[in-house]
Design a protein around this ligand. Structure first.
Ligand code: ATP
Length: 319
């Protein structure tokens, strides 16, 4: 399955064909075909265990595929060696920073390995993310270690950034700054491949995405066209409502999936429902009642994937 945004005139920063990884009898990634154009931000999303980390590790030659081909910045990752690695900035999903050295010392060490880092670049990225440079890394919180990981990946302005769950542990303000860094990276012509199990994060950052489930791409395309984005969960509190009637009215709407209605004391009713597509008819129906509170949430990705493509779908159509 080719990613539709791949433009034949844009060179691909990453291409895979039939990439496959088995661990014993368990297949982690199945026949993955990806084309990621240079200069784009590409999101790999999927529930836990979907195969995201395994895919990224194969691209970086941390693990070897069972079958298939990968090309990263024009090279086979298995033969690219240190020269290829220096052109890539990587944040692993299981970033572990231990030891008594300070963040600054650690980054200076990485700078010697990764190749030229412009004067002031470490401080600039550390400032933007609020990274602690002067404390021993083993004393840092998970979020502060993650910030150092990001500085390390960005500081030599590599052609390709491969980021595995890059915002885990970061607070919302830092996440916003990180998204800005991604936009700047794209504007500078860098390519970004990032994985996440949070749909909204990818929606804000990526030009195109592939959705993995059970090791397979079950949907791919530009972010706006992905039907996944249209599945939401609604939570509503109603006053003086009749539970059976509410349930009936919601079930009559084609956009509404699962509905749970619970009646509370004093005539209050709590409703949760999944809504796929246009939310207006649902809100219109609810507005005929007295609403105490209303929240529209992103459902977890697992729920969206399973709802739209079935459990561990094999060969599901492109979105
Ligand atoms: P998460 O969001 O939880 O990190 P993921 O999408 O990154 O998930 P992977 O870590 O790539 O998923 O795992 C894909 C599948 O491969 C899972 O079923 C996992 O249990 C299995 N797996 C991963 N690494 C190994 C390993 N070293 N040995 C055996 N099975 C593994």
């Amino acid at each position: 399955m080719r990613t539709p945004t791949a433009d034949r005139t844009t060179p691909a920063a990453i291409e895979t064909s039939g990439l496959h990884k088995r661990y014993g009898t368990r297949t982690a990634v199945q026949s993955l075909d990806l084309t990621i154009p240079a200069g784009s931000v590409f999101g790999l999303i999927g529930p836990n265990g979907a195969g995201k980390t395994t895919t990224l590790r194969m691209l970086l030659d941390i693990i070897r595929p069972t079958a298939g081909i990968a090309r990263v910045l024009g090279s086979d990752p298995r033969r690219g060696g240190p020269a290829l690695r220096r052109r890539i900035g990587f944040v692993p999903g299981d970033l572990r920073l231990e030891g008594r050295v300070t963040g600054r010392r650690l980054l200076e060490f990485y700078a010697e390995v990764s190749g030229p880092v412009a004067a002031g670049a470490i401080e600039e990225f550390a400032d933007r993310l609020g990274a602690e440079l002067n404390r021993p890394v083993h004393t840092l919180s998970k979020g502060n270690k993650q910030k150092l990981g990001l500085v390390q990946a960005f500081m030599h302005r590599p052609e390709l950034l491969v980021l595995d769950e890059p915002t885990s542990g970061l607070d919302p303000l830092v996440q916003r700054e990180f998204l800005q860094m991604l936009r700047e990276a794209r504007a500078a012509g860098q390519t970004v491949l990032l994985s996440s199990h949070v749909l909204s994060e990818i929606q804000q950052a990526a030009d195109a995405v592939a959705v993995l489930s059970g090791g397979r791409v079950v949907a791919s395309g530009d972010v706006a066209s992905l039907r996944l984005a249209a599945v939401r969960r609604l939570r509503v509190g109603l006053v003086d409502a009749e539970p059976a009637r509410i349930e009936q009215e919601l079930a009559a709407l084609s956009q509404v999936g699962e509905v749970h209605v619970i009646s509370g004391p004093d005539g209050s009713v709590r409703v949760t429902a999944t809504v796929a597509g246009d939310i207006n008819p649902v809100v219109g129906m609810l507005a005929r009642h007295r609403i105490a509170d209303l929240a529209v949430e992103e459902p977890d990705l697992e729920e969206s994937v399973l709802r739209l493509y079935g459990a561990h779908t094999t060969g599901a159509p492109d979105a």
